[in-house]
Design a protein around this ligand. Structure first.
Ligand code: 4NP
Length: 169
């Protein structure tokens, strides 16, 4: 099945689309693959800014992901566009300012129900936001990996349940 005809479309959004959301994209996609659902679930990511359009994920994020066996080097930054609100079924914002920036593009006020904070699904949600590791040290990237990994697993199971997918274990 082509990407376009995948029935469930999931988008992760941060500010730059080079740290948090490409990681969530790669981790979630690997979980989807692990459970044999790649034909059913299409995964993508975007940034609310256009600062890193066309760029690969930040090297430090790529390294932290690779240490856990997840490859995100093939991903390329793109900016979130209004049409994403129509195209995607689920849009997960990494922090509250991403959430506000996405909702500001919902001109009709009818699509906001698709947009949630990603860490609403974290079993240890803290302040419900994924901290931006960009200006910090390497430990920040590992911390973000742990957060994203456990949240992505919970999220996958919630979506699989909602759509009654016959998930392979
Ligand atoms: P991200 O991190 O939103 O997780 O991709 C950032 C990446 C780049 C910048 C800010 C945040 N920046 O200022 O260029």
């Amino acid at each position: 099945m082509s990407k376009e005809s995948s029935s469930i479309r999931v988008l992760f959004v941060c500010l730059g689309n080079i740290c948090r959301s490409p990681l969530a994209d790669g981790v979630f996609d690997s979980i989807v693959h692990e459970h044999g659902q790649s034909e059913k679930i299409f995964v993508d990511s975007a940034g609310t800014s256009g600062w890193h359009v066309g760029d690969p994920p930040d090297k430090r994020m790529r390294q932290a992901a690779a240490q856990h066996g997840v490859s995100i080097g093939h991903l390329e930054g793109r900016q979130f566009v209004k049409a994403d609100l129509e195209t995607f079924d689920y849009i997960f914002a990494m922090d509250k300012s991403n959430l506000d920036d996405i909702l500001a593009l919902d001109a009709t006020g009818t699509l906001g129900h698709k947009v949630r904070l990603f860490r609403e699904f974290d079993p240890e949600p803290g302040d419900y936001q994924v901290p931006d590791p960009y200006y910090g040290g390497p430990e920040g990237f590992e911390e973000v990996f742990q957060m994203v990994e456990r949240t992505a697993r919970m999220l996958f199971h919630r979506i699989a349940e909602e759509h009654q997918l016959s998930v392979k274990y």
